[in-house]
Design a protein around this ligand. Structure first.
Ligand code: APR
Length: 235
């Protein structure tokens, strides 16, 4: 009799896209070393200077369009043949989707989409790389990036918690777990869930003792872990 597939949930952060050339936030020289969060990634910033906010995301969107998925994104697609895989990402890039992953939940939004600045439920795909002042929603309001800014609610958090609560295996990759409520997901696992964290930073081992730490680059350590889990699923 066919064994039912076990559930794997991935929580990814900027570190999984680092080797695709997209900068992380809190590494040395990262985005928050280059920009002031309060000027480009808050509702107050949007009220004060929407052009600056649009320029910030237009620049990042161009870089996302030029980037390609890497081995870390791609190895997660292979998992789908052997497990029920759900990806929760804090990233606003679409590299998981472009590598072929079929279930991707964006906690912090999607840079290739825009939303009505008066109605967050009105969301549309952006054809090109730029969103400009004067581009309006169907209700005549300025379009803004479909991104969760600091201080805003995370609409899909409850859905993400349910994913993690059903996981048999939980893999955290490329995130400093500095931002809440996303970081709380590591406490949503059921008792016998196997928990791993892949990160280059050796401090991760100390900071998150209840996760098995695989220190190294996502493109090296994640494929190793995926292969081991696939082999184990066959035994
Ligand atoms: N391989 C594995 N891990 C890496 C790599 C790599 N090649 N490069 C960097 N890392 C790790 C870093 O050690 C760090 O732990 O990725 C993590 C990146 O952390 P952050 O820069 O804080 O990014 P992230 O955790 O995704 O930020 C969360 O903060 O600014 C908000 O909304 C934004 O979604 C973002 C959230």
């Amino acid at each position: 009799m066919l064994k039912s597939k076990r559930n794997i949930v991935i929580l990814s952060g900027a570190g999984i896209s680092a080797e695709s050339g997209l900068g992380t936030f809190r590494d040395v020289g990262g985005l928050w070393d280059q920009y002031d969060i309060s000027e480009v990634a808050t509702p107050e910033a949007w009220e004060k200077n929407p052009e600056l906010v649009l320029d910030f995301y237009n620049l990042r969107r161009k870089l996302v369009l030029e980037a390609e998925p890497n081995l870390a994104h791609e190895c997660l697609v292979h998992l789908e043949k052997h497990f029920n895989v759900k990806i929760i990402t804090q990233n606003i890039d679409d590299l998981h989707e472009r590598s072929g992953s079929s279930e991707v939940l964006h906690l912090h939004g999607e840079i290739r989409k825009a939303q009505c600045s008066a109605n967050e439920d009105e969301v549309l795909e952006l054809a090109g790389s730029d969103l400009k002042i004067g581009e309006l929603s169907s209700s005549g309001h300025q379009l803004r990036p479909h991104v969760v800014w600091f201080g805003e609610a995370v609409p899909r958090m409850y859905e993400a918690e349910k994913y993690v609560a059903d996981a048999d295996i939980f893999i955290v990759v490329g995130t400093s777990l500095n931002v809440y409520p996303a970081a709380n997901l590591i406490y949503s696992c059921k008792k016998n869930c196997q928990k791993f964290i892949v990160d280059v930073n050796e401090l991760t081992k100390v900071k998150f003792k209840n996760l098995t730490h695989l220190q190294g680059k996502a493109t090296e350590k994640l494929p190793e872990l995926v292969n081991a889990l696939i082999q184990d699923s066959k035994s």
